[in-house]
Ligand binder design. Structure first.
Ligand SMILES: C[S@@+](CC[C@H](N)C(=O)[O-])C[C@H]1O[C@@H](n2cnc3c(N)ncnc32)[C@H](O)[C@@H]1O
Length: 222
């Protein structure tokens, strides 16, 4: 779909190694507690939901029956194929479309909710992506997010900065761990109404840069 007044951006984003790695590791994550976090992320949603960067569709099984339709936007072709497969067994109706967060293939004010799950960290332009989330949301629409965040402790923040500047983005599909998603969300014109810092996975024996996360809710401001 082309939105009037702008030229379409190339949608596909190929990450052949990361996508295959993520397809496996996401199943391990689910068993480590991600399943419960996904349920918490999505509980209470209603109506038409846009999930941005849906990956291989791990959230689909966790949507509540009050959701009438999920439009899942994913730019990586291999993950998109897996998402299409996951959609066939989802408890709610899911459509998969190629697209990027920075240019969502959707009309203005067409969604009741937008979901961002483990995706902001790999976006080169978070402001553009949140502007798009705002554009497609109806008035007072809700944004749900579960994202990497910058660590609370100075030691882990240093580890994150070093990881982000070296191997981490190459291993993890462009992910940068030391971001502050809540700050970006506020700046984009949302009121953050719930914000729960958490650690995932729980690793005690090493300062793992990817463990600090935030799970939250925000409302589109007028
Ligand atoms: C770590 S995976 C998370 C996948 C899924 N959201 C989940 O919860 O399992 C990050 C996802 O963001 C997607 N992604 C990367 N850049 C993107 C962009 N510019 N627009 C939309 N999605 C993007 C990747 O293709 C991948 O599916």
């Amino acid at each position: 779909m082309v939105i009037r007044g702008r030229s379409p951006m190339s949608t596909d984003l190929h990450h052949p190694l990361f996508s295959r790695f993520y397809a496996r590791v996401s199943r391990w994550m689910e068993a480590q507690g991600m399943a419960g976090l996904r349920t918490e992320l999505l509980v209470g949603l209603t109506g038409r939901v846009v999930e941005v960067g849906a990956g291989n569709g791990m959230n689909f099984a966790h949507y509540p029956p009050t959701v009438t339709e999920v439009l899942a936007v994913e730019p990586e072709p291999y993950l998109r194929r897996l998402a299409a497969r996951a959609a066939t067994t989802a408890p709610i109706a899911v459509s998969i479309v190629a697209g990027r967060a920075e240019q969502l293939p959707l009309p203005d004010h067409s969604a009741d909710a937008v979901v961002l799950c483990l995706v902001m960290c790999s976006l080169p332009d978070r402001r553009a992506a949140l502007g798009e989330a705002r554009r497609v949301l109806r008035a007072n629409g809700t944004l749900r997010f579960l994202e990497h965040t910058v660590a609370a402790t100075p030691g882990l923040r240093v580890v994150q900065r070093v990881a982000d500047a070296t191997v981490w983005p190459r291993l993890a599909g462009g992910c940068h761990t030391a971001t502050d998603p809540a700050a970006f969300i506020r700046e984009a014109g949302f009121e953050v109404t719930e914000l729960r810092p958490l650690r995932f996975p729980v690793v005690r024996w090493v300062a793992q840069p990817g463990t600090p996360h935030v799970l939250g809710r925000a409302t589109k401001l007028a």
